[in-house]
Every structure is written in C-alpha cells, then in structure tokens.
Design a protein around this ligand. Structure first.
Ligand SMILES: Cc1cc2nc3c(=O)[nH]c(=O)nc-3n(C[C@H](O)[C@H](O)[C@H](O)COP(=O)(O)OP(=O)(O)OC[C@H]3O[C@@H](n4cnc5c(N)ncnc54)[C@H](O)[C@@H]3O)c2cc1C
Length: 672
C-alpha cells in the first residue's frame, strides 16, 4: 500500500456518464473548477469513468502522478463506490482514501437549468475534496465462515434452495414448522399454465430432500433463537414432540388404523378443514417424512390421560409410538441462512359481503384446490357440501388484493390460478363458469395462451367487482343454498345480478402472521406490504441488510412457482458464494464506542436497528459488535455523551465536507 504522504495530492475525476451527466452539467468547466481547489493535483473529465479505460486512467494517474486521495464525481456511491475503491486498491492506494460526489442522481437528474446544475455540482465536488483530505486509511478484517447453511421453510422455495446447495456438496439444515415439507404447492392438483400435476413434479423433490445425505431435515420444528453474525451463526431449533419416532417408524399406518377413534373425526388442517382425520394421522399421502403425527389436543391419552393406547400396541416391538415424548432443543452452527417462509392465504371472513363462513357454498381458492385434488377430501370430485355437483360457479378475483381496505398490492398469481380453477371445475362438472375480475393480468410465459384456451372452453368473463353475495330468497317456503351475485359490470356499464351454486373467492397472498418475529430473529426489515425486504430490488434481490441472510420465495414478495424456484436457486448461489470462499470481509466503517467515557446509559442499545450493540454488565459499558454493525450512525447521533464515533464519518470529516461546500463553492451556490 502507498501510505498517504505528508503532501496531500488529490485527483478529481468527473464522469460524463454518456450524456446522463454531461447533457446538463458542463463537465469541462467542473473539472477546471476542481483544478483550482486546495490540494488538488489533477482533475480530468471522461465519458465513462466506470469503464475499463476510465478505471485504467485513474490507476495510471495514482502511480504516475503520485496521487494519494481520489474524488470521483459521478453517480450514486451505491452503484460504483465499490468499483472505485477497487481501482484505488489495485493501484496500491488504501481503498478508503476515495470519495464519490454524486452529481448524477443529486444534480443532473434533478436540475434543469445548466447554470444551477454546474453551481450545485461544484458544491458537491468541493465538499468531497475537503472531506477526502481528512480520510484515514482503514483496514478490512475478515472472519472465517462455517460451511453449512440453514434453510428456514420447506415449501418449494426451501426445498429447491436446499437441493441446490446439497448438490454443490454443502451441508444444509432444513427447518420446517409443519409435520411435512411441501408448503402450498403440495396442496395443488395442477399448476398453471402447463397444468402439470403438482404432486408429480414436487414429490420427487421432496423425496430427494429426505434421501440427500447433505440435508438434515427437521420437520415440525421451529427456530428458537439465532445468535452471531455473518459467517458464524449459532441457531437453536425446537423440535416439537411428534409422539412418533421418525427413526423407528416405517410408515405402516397401523397406529392410525388401530386408533380408538375408528373413524376420522377432527378437521384435517391440510384439507382446509374440508376433510376429517383421526388424532393420529398422516398430513397427506405423499408427506415427507412419511411418518404420522399425534395431535396432543385431540388424542385422548395426551389430552385427558385416558385411552386404551391401541396405537402403542399396534406398533408393537418397534416402539415408534412415544406418548411421553417431549420437545427437544438442538443447536447448529451455520455460516449462512436462507429464509423461505412463504405466505398465508388471505382470510376472506373479514369481508362480510362475500359471505365466507356464513354461506355454505362460498369457498376459498385454496379449499377448491383441495376439492379438485385426487388426494383431497372428496377424492377429486368437485361437489358442494351437500354432495351435489354445482351447475353455475362464479370465481371472484382480487379478494383482499388491490383493495385499499386490505392489501393494495396485486397478488400476481390469482388471475392465473383462477383460470386454472375455471378450467379444472369445468372439466370436472361442465358447470357454467363466470370470472369476475378487475383486470386480467396474464403476463408470464404461456399465460396469455392459457387465458385464450380457457376462453375458448366457454368460460365467461365479467369485468367488474362483486359487491354482494346473498342467498336466493326461499321458494315455496324452501330455503336453498343458491346465491345471488351482484356485480358492477364496467364494460356494459350496469349492475348485473345472477344466481350461482358455488362461489370461489380468489384470495390474495399475504405475509405470514409471525413475519415480525422472524424479521427480528434474522435481523431483517420488511417492505410496506409486510414481506421481507431485499437489500436492493434490482441489484441485490435475494440479499438482505444482514449479510449472511438471504431470501427465497413468496416471503420476499408474491410470485408464482417458476419465479420462486428461480429465486431459490439465486439465494442458494449467494449462500454458496459466501460459504465457499471460507472467509468474509467486514467493512471497517462501523461505529466505535469510547468505553472509558461511556456512561452505560444504554440508549444506543435499544436504538440500533441491527442489534449490533451489546452491554457489558461487568464494566457497565456498551460495546459495538463489528460483525453486525452496518455503520448507519444511529447510535452516533443518539449518544448523549458523544462518545460514539462513526469510523469514516468522524466530526472532522463531516465538518470538512460542510466547509468545502460553504467556503469553496458558496459564491456560485449563492447565485443559484
Ligand atoms: C390458491 C393458490 C393456487 C396457486 N396455484 C399456483 C399454480 O398453479 N402455479 C404457480 O406457479 N403458482 C401457484 N400459486 C402460487 C404458489 O403457491 C407459490 O408461488 C409457492 O407456493 C411459493 O412457495 P414458497 O416456498 O415461497 O412458500 P410456501 O409454499 O408458503 O412454503 C413456505 C413453507 O415455510 C414454512 N414456514 C413458514 N414459516 C416458518 C417458520 N417460521 N419456520 C419454519 N417453517 C416455516 C411453511 O410451513 C411452508 O411449508 C398458487 C397460490 C395459491 C394461493
């Protein structure tokens, strides 16, 4: 490294960014102005500073002209600060002796008048020049990375990410809170737009997870706590008592057959309550692991302590039924985490005008997914609660989505799964089907073609919101379950009423109810819709603000299965890149607490958005955990004693920036 010499020699580089900057700012005049600033040894303008020749230019100057500080006046540092730090480093200069002046987003793109724009750009450059003269060389520290990944959530996203990592030879701990992996996809009969059999494409992957030696599958388990930081997390997992040993059970189902409840009696959660199960049950035929579970709420022995325990006897010497089993906690060390906790379907019972939960033949789309499924409660027959086959069916789109009372966002998959259900219901019943939609959104590969196909099959489409669903008045004193739909047909410009036997509510997708707890546990943020927030929507769509935590699937935002699978592979690749390298470089620009002068008031502890400040009970002082600190400066600003310093954001550096703007560029600025 070239140590900064006594004599400060600053190089200033003004980027044209094609015409993004140069169309508004006189870049030559700006470079000329920079040449006159204190300690500036050289200033140039160039078409694309970030291009290879642009970077070479800087490198060459650092060596030839003995520059020891660099200012690049270009775009946002979010885009290219890393590029120019690398350029400096390649030329032997400490990368933290570089400062960017954002004259594109903060000047050229927001200022119309070229005179004003030049004056503002001069202020930015003058500020950067004074600031960089106060920069100190900083060293990055690296930490070792544990070569193991935790995947949370065993839907298609978690399954895909786990398999990709395992294929690359990495150890994976896959934690799923339900008794089986599979998530929502395992509930579907067919998937749009190709009408692939969901089980046929999902179950091989589920079985592969079970058989893969690199994957440790923990179902019916939840994350208890997460400690540590990127590269080295310590995770505690609660393995809830299943009352049947996964190791000993061979899936013979004798315990289910011999249960004292000779017939299924309790609502099967997996079938959305439309089918029944016994207290000991398999969630669904293709469940992985293929091991039954005992529900402590409905099992007579576990809830009342009174049962003949036929299940224990039926299992015999194998001894897999363990009615005295308790929750256990297991601990794991992992280097990276993929969160793939999926979504919850919107509950339409909060919309009384749709009659869900009140009118027997109003169903959610998820319920209908189970009804049309061969492995579902009716064996795939599309029948109403009284066993009759519907003759007229309406599918109500956008239930809970695009509605300012519930979720304003579009749930993206509902138009397509409504078309799928229209096709399947028609195929099974030959019913007359109406889709009431706000807008049809079919913008995916093969989606429009599928829309055309369903139209050709004779499915009707009404553009308008359904206002009310009510029972048809009794005829001859008899009340039937038929319903009248009131819809505001915006194409015909009139309100229409028609009768149907079945209503399918195309419910939207929303964040899981425990999203906030999961967010805190993994040090993430949430978007305004409540889904986990990616680091950057375009450039870092699977990263989070926590360097070792990645996102996959609908927990990051609504998407269909193809997009989920693609994102899961992207998250796996990111996790792989982190753990494969073996080490992770920590940015040195964190906060530092002067422990000798810390009063231990702990104000900073609670304010830190990254939980990066710990309290030393013995010394009664606070301390920054550098692996977690992102250098956001919240604690620096909040410390009443002023004993926290933001490294690379010292008072000296910030005052220098202000002085540059005031003293070196004020005459021009005052003219603006
Ligand atoms: C009615 C309906 C029909 C659809 N049909 C189609 C279709 O035909 N084609 C298509 O492409 N898309 C379809 N979709 C969309 C599809 O369901 C999603 O794209 C897909 O399920 C997303 O997968 P995921 O793994 O992100 O989430 P999920 O399937 O929700 O899986 C998440 C998993 O994480 C587990 N989990 C949650 N929280 C935790 C926690 N804290 N700890 C441990 N585990 C946890 C859950 O139990 C679950 O197993 C449909 C959606 C709906 C609602």
């Amino acid at each position: 490294m070239i140590a900064p010499k006594d004599e400060t020699r600053i190089g200033v580089y003004v980027c044209h960014c094609g015409t993004n900057i140069s169309a508004v700012i006189d870049v030559e005049a700006l470079a000329e102005f920079a040449r006159g600033l204190p300690q500036v040894a050289l200033a140039r303008d160039y078409k694309y500073m970030c291009s290879d020749p642009g970077q070479e230019l800087i490198k060459q100057d650092i060596v030839d002209k003995k520059l020891n500080r660099i200012v690049v006046a270009a775009c946002s540092p979010l885009l290219h600060e890393a590029t120019f730090r690398r350029v400096a480093e390649d030329a032997g200069l400490n990368p933290f002796l570089v400062q960017m002046a954002n004259i594109r987003e903060q000047v050229a793109w927001v200022t119309d008048d070229p005179v004003d724009a030049l004056a503002k750009a001069k202020a930015h450059v003058a500020a950067a020049v004074r600031r960089v003269s106060k920069h100190e060389p900083l060293e990055r520290r690296s930490v070792d990375v544990t070569p193991r990944v935790l995947v949370v959530g065993g839907g298609i996203a978690g399954i895909q990410a786990s398999l990709t990592l395992a294929e690359a030879g990495k150890e994976v701990i896959l934690v799923e809170r339900e008794p089986s992996i599979g998530g929502h996809m395992s509930m579907f009969d067919k998937t749009f737009p190709t009408l692939d059999c969901a089980a046929c494409i999902l179950t091989p992957k589920m079985t592969a997870v079970k058989d893969e030696r690199n994957i440790r599958l923990l179902t019916y388990s939840e994350i208890e706590s997460v400690e540590g930081a990127v590269g080295n997390y310590k995770v505690k997992v609660r393995r809830k008592a299943r009352y049947i040993s996964e190791e000993k059970c061979v899936g013979c189902m004798a315990c289910i057959d011999q249960c004292v409840f000779t017939k299924p009696k309790f609502p099967n959660e997996y079938d959305q309550g439309l089918g029944l199960r016994k207290p000991v049950y398999m969630p669904f035929p293709q469940a992985v692991p293929p091991v039954p579970i005992i529900d402590p709420e409905t099992c007579l022995q576990l809830s009342k302590g009174k049962c003949k325990q036929n299940c224990v006897e039926a299992c015999g010497e194998r001894g897999a039924v363990l009615l005295d089993q308790e929750d256990t906690i297991e601990e794991f060390e992992v280097g990276a985490i993929i969160v793939a906790t999926g979504f919850k379907a919107f509950d339409p019972s909060v919309m009384p005008y749709y009659g869900y939960g009140r009118l027997p033949n109003v169903y959610t789309s998820l319920e209908v997914e189970r009804l049309v499924n061969a492995a579902g409660p009716t064996g795939g027959k599309l029948v109403l609660r009284d066993g009759s086959v519907p003759k007229r069916v309406v599918i109500v789109h956008c239930v809970g989505s695009r509605d300012k009372n519930y979720h304003t966002y579009c749930s993206r998959v509902c138009c397509m799964y409504s078309l799928k259900l229209a096709h399947l219901v028609k195929e099974k019943t030959d019913a007359e089907i109406y889709n009431c939609y706000i807008d049809m959104r079919t913008s995916g590969k093969g989606f429009e073609e599928f829309y055309n196909r369903v139209q050709d099959e004779g499915v009707h489409f009404i553009r308008g919101k359904v206002g009310d669903i009510s029972l048809v008045p009794p005829e001859n004193g008899e009340q039937s379950n038929r319903m009248t739909i009131q819809v505001d047909d915006t194409l015909l410009g009139k309100v229409r009423n028609f009768d149907v036997d079945m209503v399918i509510l195309a419910v939207g997708l929303e964040p899981q109810p425990d999203t906030d707890d999961v967010r805190r546990m993994f040090g993430m943020s949430c978007s305004t819709e409540g889904f986990f927030l990616e680091k950057h929507p375009k450039l870092a769509p699977v990263n989070t603000a926590n360097d070792g935590v990645f996102l996959a699937g609908v927990c990051q935002g609504v998407k269909d299965i193809p997009d989920t699978v693609a994102q899961a592979d992207a998250a796996a690749a990111k996790a792989l890149a982190l753990i494969d390298r073996g080490t992770f470089e920590l940015e040195p620009n964190t906060a530092v607490i002067d422990e000798d002068n810390c009063s231990g008031c702990r104000i900073c502890n609670n304010l830190c958005p990254y939980d990066a400040i710990e309290y030393d009970e013995e010394k009664e002082v606070s301390r920054v955990i550098p692996e977690l600190c992102k250098g956001c400066g919240t604690c620096v600003a909040a410390c009443p004693a002023g004993v926290i310093t933001g490294v690379h954001f010292t008072n000296d550096q910030i005052f220098a920036e202000i002085e540059g703007m005031l003293f070196d560029a004020m005459p021009d600025l005052l003219a603006v």
